[in-house]
Design a protein around this ligand. Structure first.
Ligand SMILES: Nc1nc2c(ncn2[C@@H]2O[C@H](COP(=O)(O)OP(=O)(O)O)[C@@H](O)[C@H]2O)c(=O)[nH]1
Ligand SMILES: [Mg+2]
Ligand SMILES: [Zn+2]
Length: 353
């Protein structure tokens, strides 16, 4: 048996790629593996037992349907997922970094989306990276835009890897710079140049809503146009989808990129409230100190260290509101889970995120 890595998934067919990343084959899964897939503690089924980025053992001689057969999935270092109450969608596994590409404008910054991404990363020990794009589209005279910049800067306090740039004209961050001087912010912000130096090795997943510059950034990393970029839709201001499934591609000997489909909502239905609380770097050092055993850290609980920290405004107001929304969305999932809903066919139903 030989080791391969899953490169792309198309229904029951799997593109697999050899260890030296030179050979690409189509393979199928050993029938019994579909049943053997471990259940997630939330009981929500996985969309697929395998994930792009998985290392697998493949039997090339014993051919079922004339394809090589994937016999085993090797243990994963981590796996980034999103989940509706019906389905867990694996986005990529065995990651060194997960990069969220998020525009400050068009589409406008959504901190709630960022916070969900961070929770998804921290819940499986994935190093998150945020790249803020479209610094050129900010309007320094708009309060809303100033707020977007302030929020983006906040993430610098809690993450090691945060970058800001204009991807069309890298290095030219006007009018972001005007906003920074307006709010008297004088620290430096890292740019594309720093990103290319710091995130250049390992398996790097790229995620984001569509239209935020994911393909543009991919092309800049690779140094040539491999991913189609698309103009943001004139009527809705939102991006259009060009990618529908995750796809792994080697850039060079050291760097493997995983491109993911444009994501509208990042569902976290597979996590418990307690797990959500464990994904906040602001109280990382305190979480084990809660005096209550098996504490859920919810607001009803008096004397809980996390509630104390929230009360003392350890989170900025907007990040606290995002947390409340995320917790509320879990209540919503709870209510719909026992109901006699019909599972939507295959695809996600956006309203449940
Ligand atoms: N003004 C501006 N436009 C950008 C920037 N980054 C990407 N774009 C444009 O935004 C549109 C969507 O980019 P694309 O890379 O296709 O986004 P994707 O959907 O996330 O892959 C394209 O027209 C890009 O040229 C940026 O930093 N500033
Ligand atoms: Mg794209
Ligand atoms: Zn507690």
């Amino acid at each position: 048996m030989k080791q391969y890595r899953i490169q792309e998934i198309h229904g029951n067919l799997y593109y697999i790629i050899s260890e030296d990343y030179n050979e690409r084959l189509l393979a199928v899964l050993r029938g019994k593996m579909k049943i053997e897939q471990k259940e997630h503690p939330s009981k929500i089924p996985y969309r697929n037992p395998c994930c792009v980025g998985d290392y697998v053992l493949v039997n090339e001689t014993d051919q079922e349907d004339s394809y090589p057969v994937i016999e085993e999935i090797l243990p994963r270092k981590n796996m980034l997922v999103r989940a509706s109450p019906y389905e867990i969608q694996p986005l990529g596994s065995n990651l060194d970094f997960a990069v969220l590409i998020t525009s400050l404008k068009q589409p406008d910054l959504r901190s709630g989306f960022i916070d969900r991404f961070l929770i998804a990363c921290y819940s499986d020990n994935i190093e998150p990276v945020i790249f803020f794009t479209k610094c050129d589209l900010l309007n320094p005279d708009q309060e809303e835009d100033i707020e977007f910049v302030k929020q983006s800067i906040y993430y610098k306090n809690i993450l090691s890897y945060v970058y800001w740039d204009n991807l069309l004209q890298s290095g030219n961050r006007e009018p972001l710079n005007r906003i920074l001087s307006k709010i008297h912010y004088h620290d430096s912000l890292k740019s594309l140049k720093d990103f290319l130096i710091e995130i250049k090795e390992g398996t790097v997943l790229l995620a984001g809503q569509s239209g935020t510059g994911k393909s543009t950034l991919t092309n800049l990393i690779i140094g040539k146009e491999v991913q189609k970029t698309r103009e943001t839709s004139k009527t809705t201001g939102k991006g259009r989808h060009t990618t529908t499934t995750s796809s792994l591609f080697p850039v060079n000997e050291n760097l493997i990129l995983i491109d993911t489909p444009g994501i509208k909502e990042w569902g976290l239905a597979h996590l418990t409230k307690r797990e959500i609380f464990e994904c906040y770097p602001e109280w990382k050092d305190k979480i084990g100190m809660c005096k209550f055993r098996n504490c859920e850290h919810l607001s009803q609980i008096e004397g809980c260290v996390i509630q104390e920290a929230i009360y003392q405004n350890i989170l900025p107001e907007w990040r606290k509101e995002n947390l409340e929304h995320i917790l509320q969305s879990l209540d919503y999932y709870e209510r719909i889970r026992p109901g006699d809903y019909k599972k939507p066919t295959g695809r996600f139903h956006n309203k449940f995120f």
